[in-house]
Design a protein around this ligand. Sequence first.
Ligand code: SAM
Ligand code: SF4
Length: 311
Amino acid sequence: MKDGFGRKIDYLRVSVTDRCNLRCIYCMPEEGIPHISHDSILRLEEIQQLTVLIHHALGLRKIRITGGEPLVRRGIVSLVKGISPLAETVMTTNGIQLPEFAAELAAVGLSRVNISIDSLKDQVIREVTRRDVTLNMIEKAIESAKENNLNPVKLNCVVLKGVNSGELADMVRWATDMGTTMRFIEHMPMTGSVCSHVPHDDILLEVSRDLGSSEFTGTEGTANMYETLSGVRFGIIAPVGGGMCANCTRLRLTAEGELLPCLAGGESLNLRDMLRSGREDGEIISAVHGLVAKKPHHGACGGVSMWRIGG
Ligand code: SAM
Ligand code: SF4
């Protein structure tokens, strides 16, 4: 279905939990998230039911499982099994538990993964995640994804001034050597995050200064893709700088069952309450149509909690 701006809305991001085993400084407060009652979180069957209804409403092309950290949600493999026949199913993960799950997830239909990595230096990774995470752990996650054909593996790095800015070109080279693609994300100011922003053009300048001039080769979803003269590829995702809204095909389902058409605000729909109060499938499908018709086009994203809406 197309929204009021002619965008085909066919990509659903499903946050399966707001909990996480890390505490990234740009995402969560150190003490973790405020307590949310167990009852207000969707059960796995409810996530599956709502995803099926949203698929009926829109004809989904892609479903991304995210969080919080999706691999900390018990039953994640059976959820992927239930959802993957509907549309291409992919996952964004911090990778810590991926070696444990990659084979099972691939077997039940997960197509590929994006893995977060914010530095090549253990000390910086620890500083950003506020946990004892090392580069070696992330390398193992990438290897497990590749071994199980969860390809192409894409890497996400949130660029933070004075933290990891300065090693961006090294990260592009390293990702290429690992057989993956590095994508840099502009930091979005969020509730509870404590970092400063590096804009798209500064990210491009830094990488190009070290790797030689880079040519824009087109967009991949919301990422602007670039290639250096030596053929090395990388992406920049610029939610703050803008330009993403024109290509935004997304809806987000939070772990509490709220359907959000836009990160920057606007109307949302409480699908959990509709489902639990026994509304007919047709009524839920019409409500999704109504929400999509009003999906906003603000010009930039920001202002919410990433652990809540899944990045
Ligand atoms: N826990 C998983 C992970 O970290 O990959 C999935 C959830 S996380 C919220 C999804 C994505 O959002 C990650 O790539 C993360 O880097 C990104 N993210 C989180 N907070 C952000 C922020 N303030 N600005 C930009 N990206 C952010
Ligand atoms: Fe957890 Fe992902 Fe947020 Fe980091 S970015 S705290 S890994 S949800």
